[in-house]
Ligand binder design. Structure first.
Ligand code: 5GP
Ligand code: MN
Length: 472
């Protein structure tokens, strides 16, 4: 008798580049050919979820590649995703829209953005696993910068906005539980050492210099890989399929798989079945038909709650990591304070206990979708706000937080009063509004000068632990 496999049929995709119709079409084709149901599509970034022209112009990308894509049809409900789709962001995104969903949220029915970093739980029948992920790409010069890209994003800010920020890495570093799968856009640095570098170089000769200097991939991802040691890690960005097996010192192993971008004939999709016994099967599928459901992870919620106060002083946050060039490693600074935050997180986890909170299906259309009939080339008015939307409000309600302290830091609601944190310059939002009035460069220099001269708001380097009572 053939054993019935119970599990989740998963498709993983590399770079998406707005090809919703094409990739969803491929999923439907696979389902037809193999007579299976794909339960879940995992996407590793460069998704381009443009709801309309404004969003399109909030993406960093050479002009020749600027195109509407097909996301808007899914956003307005004219088309539907064939299966639950979960993605992280890359370096070509509707950055205003993803910023709005900082903590993770539905960008369309059945299409969930994991946020800047996150861990959630996925369950279908008796099969369950934890999925983590982090968005963006790493550039050392933006790592310690606050998420203060003035809005609407202009020129280089369109790029700064998706660069990894230390707080998102710090949140992941506080996670101690088991993560089964992890998504990133860029690869963990030096991951090529755990697979066939020779094969990789055959396909990508231009990687040679970076491989030699040990700089291929992202340092924070290497750090996260070593800490979380997930069973699977999926990535994209390099536009090549690459497999590796990382054997950790603890005896755990991570199967790494990078996929190509969505171009016909390229390796951009991998299908496998994750069984209830935590095995990955290829060419053997699950036929159990329970619905697939998403849950918040209680440890992650505890981390979000514990680090919320850090978010509210994002513009004044001290350095949480340092880079050791000799070891080519990132290290956590202020170890004792880190331990304290860990303990605080553990205490909060007791409050959640074993309660499983379902991620609500609370998607709402919040902005007019692209109008196909609109052929005018009238100049675009950039969006004036990054609203604190219904999904983020109800997420923050889980912690009894209104989110108002994050106005001007993550969200941008110029008309709403900002709850001023102890360490935030009172005129901060006013400065932002002035920046909007086309004086940005001059104004910015002004602000910097003021901060330098202002004794109560010392430079980053001069900040010390006394400035952060909750870190003491
Ligand atoms: P994107 O689609 O994100 O604009 O471009 C990614 C491109 O940059 C791909 O062609 C990829 O091969 C290349 N790339 C990404 N990261 C690296 C890197 O660290 N080294 C080198 N040599 N190329 C990279
Ligand atoms: Mn990319």
């Amino acid at each position: 008798m053939i054993e019935q496999i119970e599990g989740i049929n998963i498709a993983v995709e590399g770079c998406f580049h707005g090809n919703f119709d094409e990739i969803f079409g491929t999923i439907r084709e696979i389902e037809k050919q193999k007579k299976i149901k794909i339960d879940l599509l995992l996407v590793c970034g460069d998704v381009q979820t443009h709801r309309n022209k404004h969003d399109m112009f909030n993406m960093a990308c050479p002009i020749k590649y600027l195109s509407m894509g097909t996301f808007y049809k899914y956003y307005e409900g004219k088309e539907a995703a064939p299966c639950l789709t979960i993605f992280i962001g890359g370096n070509h995104e509707a950055s205003n829209f993803l910023r709005e969903m900082y903590f993770g949220g539905w960008v369309a029915p059945n299409i969930y953005y994991l946020g800047d970093s996150n861990v959630i739980q996925i369950k279908k029948g008796n099969t369950t696993f934890r999925l983590g992920g982090t968005s963006g790409i790493f550039k050392i010069f933006d790592f310690n910068n606050p998420k203060l890209e003035p809005f609407p994003f202009k020129s280089e800010q369109l790029r700064n906005v998706y660069h990894t920020k230390q707080i998102d890495l710090f949140k992941l570093s506080l996670y101690e539980g088991e993560v089964n799968m992890f998504l990133s856009h860029d690869w963990p640095q030096q991951i090529h050492q755990h697979g066939s570098t020779k094969e990789l170089l055959k396909k990508k000769q231009n990687f040679e210099a970076d491989i030699k200097s040990g700089r291929l991939g992202s340092q924070p991802h290497k750090f996260t890989l070593e800490r979380l040691q997930p069973d699977f890690w999926f990535a994209a960005h390099m536009h090549v399929k690459f497999e590796a097996l990382v054997k950790h010192k603890t005896g755990k192993q991570t199967k790494f798989l990078a996929l190509d971008k969505c171009i016909a004939g390229r390796d951009f999709l991998q299908v496998f079945t994750y069984t209830k016994d935590k095995k990955d099967l290829y060419e053997q599928y699950a036929y159990n038909e329970e619905p697939i459901e998403l849950f918040y992870d209680s440890e992650w919620l505890s981390i979000v709650h514990t680090t919320y106060k850090l978010l509210t002083i994002w513009d004044k946050i001290p350095k949480l990591f340092e880079y050791n060039p000799a070891l080519k490693e990132l290290q956590i600074m202020k170890k004792d304070k880190y331990e304290e935050l860990l303990n605080e997180k553990r205490e909060r986890m007791k409050i959640f206990g074993n309660h499983q909170l379902k991620i609500p299906h609370n998607f709402e259309v919040t902005t007019p979708p692209y109008d196909e009939q609109d052929n005018t080339t009238k100049s675009l008015v950039p969006p004036k706000r990054v609203p604190l939307n219904n999904q983020m409000k109800s997420y923050l309600n889980l912690f009894n937080e209104s989110g108002q302290e994050l106005n001007g830091l993550i969200f941008y609601e110029p008309d709403q009063p900002r709850v001023i944190g102890e360490f935030v310059a009172p005129d901060f939002l006013q400065k932002q509004i002035e920046l909007e009035n086309h004086k940005e460069i001059l104004q910015q220099q002004d602000l910097k000068q003021q901060q330098l001269e202002e004794p109560s708001s010392p430079k980053d380097d001069e900040l010390n632990i006394q400035d952060f009572p909750f870190l003491q």
